[in-house]
Design a protein around this ligand. Structure first.
Ligand SMILES: O=c1ccn([C@H]2C[C@H](O)[C@@H](COP(=O)(O)OP(=O)(O)OP(=O)(O)O)O2)c(=O)[nH]1
Ligand SMILES: [Mg+2]
Length: 156
């Protein structure tokens, strides 16, 4: 007998009043890494991002990211390719102890104004394991082959 158990971590979403009626963030395909996030702008309203400008777009939800995980807010490649729309702080970091609304910081790197309406899929969130290190100050630095070489030290 095969016992199928779903080992995916649970993710609680709390819908805010302005998220009423929005589709839940969802994985669009079985193997999708990220769930798409929708714009919770007012019904019938248009949020326009002018070329070179940025806007903080509400999602309408609080995400209770499980402890030991983070939420990474990433651009959608279609919007980036077709319209030059990306996340300015990519990847945005949603901490597991954050209890505010998740918002998406979009910037328009294209040449045309970009219009966002309610329910539009504007970005995606990847849930990823995340650990905190124990931090020590020390005076010794261990030796390695690389040493202080970086920024192209191994060639292009
Ligand atoms: O794209 C993002 C990035 C962050 N956040 C929220 C969740 C995150 O837990 C919080 C703080 O983010 P971050 O640590 O990146 O920003 P900060 O400038 O360091 O703010 P803070 O001082 O609040 O940590 O803001 C979002 O909703 N969307
Ligand atoms: Mg911070």
């Amino acid at each position: 007998m095969t016992i199928h158990t779903d080992t995916r971590p649970p993710l609680n979403l709390i819908r805010l009043p302005h998220g009423e009626g929005l589709e839940l963030p969802a994985y669009q395909t079985r193997g999708a890494a990220g769930m798409d996030l929708r714009a919770a702008v007012d019904d019938g309203a248009t949020l326009t991002i002018l070329p070179g400008k940025r806007e903080l777009v509400p999602t309408g939800f609080i995400f209770e990211i499980p402890e030991g995980y983070e939420g990474q807010v990433r651009p959608r490649s279609g919007l980036a390719y077709k319209h030059g729309i990306t996340c300015l702080n990519s990847p945005g970091t949603v901490d597991s102890d954050y209890r505010g609304e998740v918002k998406v910081l979009l910037i328009n790197l294209g040449e045309e104004p970009f219009e966002i309406t309610r329910g539009m899929r504007i970005a995606q969130m990847v849930i990823a394991p995340s650990i905190q290190a124990r931090i020590f100050e020390t005076t010794d630095v261990s030796e390695t082959l690389r040493g202080a070489g970086g920024f192209g030290s191994t060639g292009v």
